[in-house]
Design a protein around this ligand. Structure first.
Ligand SMILES: [Zn+2]
Ligand SMILES: [Zn+2]
Length: 368
């Protein structure tokens, strides 16, 4: 690599320089490893050699449908957003990071000018540029250029894979903050998929004395137990079972059965209904899982018990706390990483198959 920081030519495009390869979503169910020309390195950017990239449910959804809600993939797009790597080049204005630093990347670049950004809720920025949300390219690539302020140095003892896990863990952390989870909060987690599990880990790290996890799948519930769930409840998909299941969930919570906070990480009508009905008067329900656009749920019975309902959109300002949770051992994300792949065309195809299939796959990780 020649002299860095000039920013005249895109890196990787010059003769004799290695080509930067990335996993591109080119059509439904079609990913191709192809060259990815990096943008020039700005004064406040860093160039990162990617080392660990996880597959998210949203990546799989884009692969299957080429869209999520109103975000439509119209042109080939580099996929991936859960990532960590090693800094190879820093812009002239970057002072807090150096070549060789291991960093976890926060994927969203907000404008810092709009009212949401100024108000401290930059995750709501209208002008957000987020990895692998069209038309913005993602980070399943050998190298990416990213703003230095969104790259967080990993301490010794926190691996690059754990660094990549800061992204999904951030969803759980933000949900716990929005719901006000603390040392006196009895928490119900609906759904033991990847987001339910990180929400469980986050709730325990925030000090929740008792967390009950609910799912339809006994294997997922056994994983939740091994990760620290105080109790689990297996439920059905039958809507008529809600009342009986709420009784079982309250019994599993123990004591008076009071549930202060429910985190719905599944996003089905039934799971939202269960969360609303199970939460104690004056408690809070946080809608974490992206479900259907419209749902029929028992809102009135929640309203007259003053159960607050809040939503979340991604996260904000979570990386420092996630890294501290990992460093201190308050959170262990390693058991969530169930599958690992390299970065060949075949690896990428297989990894997404494994992730989409679900079953015993929780987090599928690329090691680049
Ligand atoms: Zn994700
Ligand atoms: Zn903004």
């Amino acid at each position: 690599m020649g002299k860095g920081g000039k920013g005249t030519d895109a890196i990787g495009a010059g003769e004799g320089e290695e080509e930067n390869m990335a996993a591109w979503l080119v059509a439904k169910n079609t990913l191709k490893i192809m060259p990815f020309k990096l943008p020039p390195l700005g004064p406040h950017d860093v160039r990162v050699r990617m080392k660990a990239v996880g597959i998210c449910g949203s990546d799989v959804h884009y692969l299957r449908e080429m869209r999520i809600a109103h975000f439509v993939v119209k042109e080939p797009m580099v996929i991936g957003h859960e990532c960590a790597g090693v800094i190879e080049e820093v812009g002239t204005g970057v002072t807090h990071l150096a070549v060789g630093d291991r960093v976890a990347l926060e994927p969203g670049i907000s404008c810092w000018r709009c009212r949401h950004c100024k108000g401290g809720r930059y995750n709501l920025c209208d002008d957000m540029k987020f990895f692998a949300t069209p038309p913005v390219h993602g980070s399943l690539a050998q190298q990416v250029v990213h703003p230095a302020d969104l790259c967080f140095k990993l301490p010794d003892g926190v691996s690059l894979e754990e660094g990549a896990m800061c992204e999904p863990l951030s969803v759980g952390v933000h949900a716990c903050r929005r719901a006000g989870v603390g040392p006196e909060t009895a928490v119900l987690v609906m759904g033991a998929g990847p987001i339910g599990l990180v929400s469980l880990l986050a709730a325990k790290a925030f000090g929740a004395p008792r967390v009950v996890v609910v799912d339809v799948d006994p294997h997922r519930l056994s994983v939740a137990s091994s990760l620290g769930a105080d109790a689990t409840v297996k439920v059905s998909t039958v809507a008529a079972d809600v009342a009986a299941e709420v009784d079982r969930i309250k019994a599993a919570m123990g004591g008076a059965g009071d549930i202060d906070v429910s985190l719905d990480c599944a996003g089905f009508e039934k799971t939202v209904a269960t969360a609303l009905e199970a939460t104690r008067p004056g408690g809070r329900v946080c809608l974490v899982g992206l479900g259907h656009n419209e749902m029929t749920v028992p809102l009135t019975s929640a309203a007259i018990r003053e159960v607050d309902v809040v939503g979340i959109f991604r996260y904000k300002d979570t990386w420092p706390l996630c890294i501290e949770f990992l460093r201190s051992g308050k959170v262990d994300v390693k058991p969530l990483i169930t599958h690992r792949f390299g970065f060949s065309q075949q690896d990428v195809e297989e990894a997404f198959e494994v992730s989409a299939r679900g079953r015993d796959a929780i987090k599928v990780m690329f090691n680049l």
